[in-house]
Write a protein that binds this ligand. Structure first.
Ligand code: NAD
Ligand code: MG
Length: 380
């Protein structure tokens, strides 16, 4: 008996999550083979549109023809914009290029930008769609696990500035998210595991039963099929709920940063060198640190911190700072990263702490000296 229950009968299983934002509500459709139905699903919601598909070279080589054929079959006229793969593409330069290509194609306000790719393409294409003609329609076709469970949901779009990551952007919700779970089969195991860390995060924030399910069926989620689809659905539902409660992050949306304060500090300390640490790996280590730190402060049972570490390690993720290749990182470096990442108000830090698995909370009053002492012991 699979931990995630039986597949729906009939054709390829398809799941649906609604992001409830009043007049701007939208569907997330999840299932294998959805890319081939993209034209029909888009036309049903945005009749008569024309479009620009934005993708990167890697994803484009794999999936652009299929998406293009599906759009054409539904009568959606479109242009294709193919960009280099990688984080560097989230730049002013590439934004200018995308904006120009959209305008050159004479797309109108009611037309759509379709992001086919991971979080890099989703963030960049989404931002372009937010600013061209003061806001075009936007459709996400996320192709990484991270994009399917995190970046394609919630409406944060943007690019990096030479002064830091994600510093320029806008909130702009998509009209539709199409998460084709079969596209994840071509993802590297390392990228898949990195996305999995964000999935685990939702269990740790406020869904302990989901964490139990993941623990019980880790192999199923990595293997594909029903368990994977269901885990993606629950993750989208979890993120959608947080976004619906606090769309523009005035309060509780900050819970999504669980593990991210430590994680960002680690990413910064290795100079964002993806060969040493990708974002999801930083988040994995960061979530373990957040639980261990919470345990030290007396909030979280130490057994829960051990359970989190054991599960992430079983998923092939690093769970200790010492696991980062060539990582003689210092407390000073990490504290600098933490101070940069999070607002320090009157000498206190905002941090996501936890009372145990599924019981995370926003703490506005963390003493930096306590963090420093904790990290010194962790690095020892
Ligand atoms: P990415 O978009 O760079 O994709 C990772 C790599 O996988 C790329 O080289 C890409 O070409 C390749 N790839 C993508 N799909 C593939 C597939 N199906 N098969 C084979 N290869 C494939 O990175 P990512 O991890 O998806 O996203 C990271 C970005 O997301 C960061 O810029 C981050 O800031 C952003 N992000 C945004 C939000 C948000 O709320 N907007 C949330 C989390 C992360
Ligand atoms: Mg993240």
């Amino acid at each position: 008996e699979a931990a995630f229950g039986a597949e729906p009968q009939g054709t390829a299983p398809r799941r649906r999550v609604v992001v409830d934002l009043g007049a701007r509500s939208y569907d997330i459709l999840i299932g294998p083979g959805l890319i081939d139905a993209a034209g029909a699903e888009i036309v049903a919601r945005l009749p008569g549109i024309r479009a620009a598909i934005v993708t990167d070279e890697t994803v484009g080589r794999l999936y652009l023809t299929r998406l293009s054929v599906a759009l054409r079959a539904a009568g959606i006229e479109h242009v294709e914009i193919v960009l280099p793969a990688g984080e560097k593409t989230k730049s002013f330069e590439q934004l200018a290029h995308v904006v120009d290509a959209i305008l050159a194609a004479r797309l109108e306000r009611g037309d759509a930008v379709i992001a086919l790719g991971g979080g890099v393409i989703g963030d960049l294409a989404g931002f372009a769609s937010a600013i061209v003609r003061r806001g075009m329609r936007f459709v996400q076709v996320p192709t990484t696990l991270l994009a399917q469970v995190d970046s394609s949901v919630g409406g944060k779009t943007g690019i990096n500035s030479p002064r830091g990551k994600n510093l320029v952007g806008a909130f702009h919700q998509p009209s539709l998210v199409l998460a084709d779970t079969a596209l994840l089969d071509t993802l590297s195991p390392r990228e898949f595991a990195a996305g999995y860390a964000e999935m685990v995060k939702y269990g740790l924030i406020d869904r302990p039963a989901f964490f139990d399910m993941l623990e019980a069926d880790l192999g199923g989620v990595f293997g594909g099929g029903a368990a994977r689809g269901e885990a993606i659905r629950v993750s989208c539902e979890a993120k959608a709920a947080v976004v619906a409660a606090d769309e523009e992050e005035h309060g509780s949306r900050a819970l999504l940063n669980l593990g991210h304060t430590f994680g960002h500090a680690l990413e910064a300390a290795v100079g964002y060198d993806a060969a040493r640490l990708v974002h999801g790996e930083g988040v994995a280590i960061g979530m373990v640190l957040a639980h261990r730190f919470s345990a030290e402060l007396g909030f979280c049972p130490p057994e829960d911190a051990d359970r989190v570490a054991a599960h992430l390690a079983a998923a092939g993720l690093p769970v200790r700072i010492g696991a980062i290749p060539d990582a003689p990182l210092t407390v000073e470096e990490l504290m600098r990263g933490i101070a940069q990442d999070k607002k320090v108000e009157k000498g206190r830090l905002t941090f996501i702490l936890t009372r145990g698995i599924g019981r995370a909370f926003v703490a506005n009053d963390v003493d930096p000296a306590a963090v420093e002492a904790f990290l010194a012991r962790e690095l020892d």
